[in-house]
Design a protein around this ligand. Structure first.
Ligand code: AP5
Ligand code: ZN
Length: 216
């Protein structure tokens, strides 16, 4: 199965993707993570990407489609979870073509529906493990021992440069302008499942698993 997790910044895409990896052995393809990796490379491309991301704007379709193409051509998996991709209609078309070229198809799109008001809290409280990528939150999901990752024991817990109120405003605008049309796009393709992203993490996870078993 290949699925897309769709939703605004802070909706819980990364959190739920990691659960699906754990439960189903699927492979998470997060363009945000790939871009954050690219920016640490120090190349000119990396520097340009860093500026755009920190402002909260989308990087170009060419860059992200290229990243996904490379993964689909090289990684073998029982299924992919697309987290933060596609984000434009052009990316959505490209994904369809890339999957078809590999003899695969898209099975479901999960829209995590949330209220904008919770997103400020979600992103401003977020921190992640720099070593294994586990996602935490100051209030809703703190580490068991302060400063230590539950999963891998690392002390390398980090906050993201774009998790401030100013960038979040731009990220939300970008979402509504460029990404939210994908809701209609996948609804018409009979792939869309809407899940309440305001529920607790485990409840959202249960709802996603149920949706994946529900034929449209
Ligand atoms: P990206 O890394 O994709 O960030 P995003 O879409 O803004 O999404 P987030 O990672 O902020 O949120 P999430 O939905 O994963 O939430 P999380 O699970 O962490 O993109 C970053 C940037 O890269 C973009 O702005 C753009 O510049 C660029 N980019 C990436 N992909 C691109 C593309 N395809 N095209 C162009 N540009 C691209 O949860 C958030 C917090 O809430 C956490 O602290 C978590 O613990 C907590 N939480 C999660 N679920 C719950 C719950 N149910 N209840 C309570 N708390 C919860
Ligand atoms: Zn860790």
């Amino acid at each position: 199965t290949n699925i897309i997790l769709l939703g605004p910044p802070g909706a819980g895409k990364g959190t739920q993707a990691r659960k699906l990896v754990e439960e189903r052995g699927m492979v998470q393809l997060s363009t945000g993570d790939m871009l954050r990796e690219a920016r640490t490379s120090g190349t000119d491309m990396g520097k340009r990407v860093a500026e755009v991301m920190d402002r909260g704007q989308l990087v170009t379709d060419e860059i992200v489609i290229g990243l996904i193409r490379e993964k689909l051509e090289t990684v073998k998996a029982p299924g992919f979870i697309f987290d933060g991709f596609p984000r434009t209609l052009r990316q959505a078309d490209a994904l369809g073509e890339l999957l078809a070229a590999e003899g695969q198809q898209l099975d479901a799109v999960i829209e995590l529906r949330v209220d904008d008001q919770v997103l400020v809290d979600r992103v401003s409280g977020r921190y992640t493990c720099g070593d294994c990528g586990e996602v935490y939150h100051d209030k809703t999901r703190p580490t068991k021992v302060e400063g230590v990752c539950d999963v891998c024991g690392s002390h390398n817990l980090k906050r993201r440069a774009d998790d401030n109120a100013e960038s979040l405003k731009t990220r939300l605008m970008e979402y509504y302008k460029k990404t939210s049309p994908l809701v209609g796009y996948y609804y018409h393709a009979h792939k869309l499942h809407v899940v309440d992203g305001l529920a607790e993490i485990d409840e959202v996870s249960a709802a996603i698993n149920k949706a994946l078993e529900t034929p449209l």
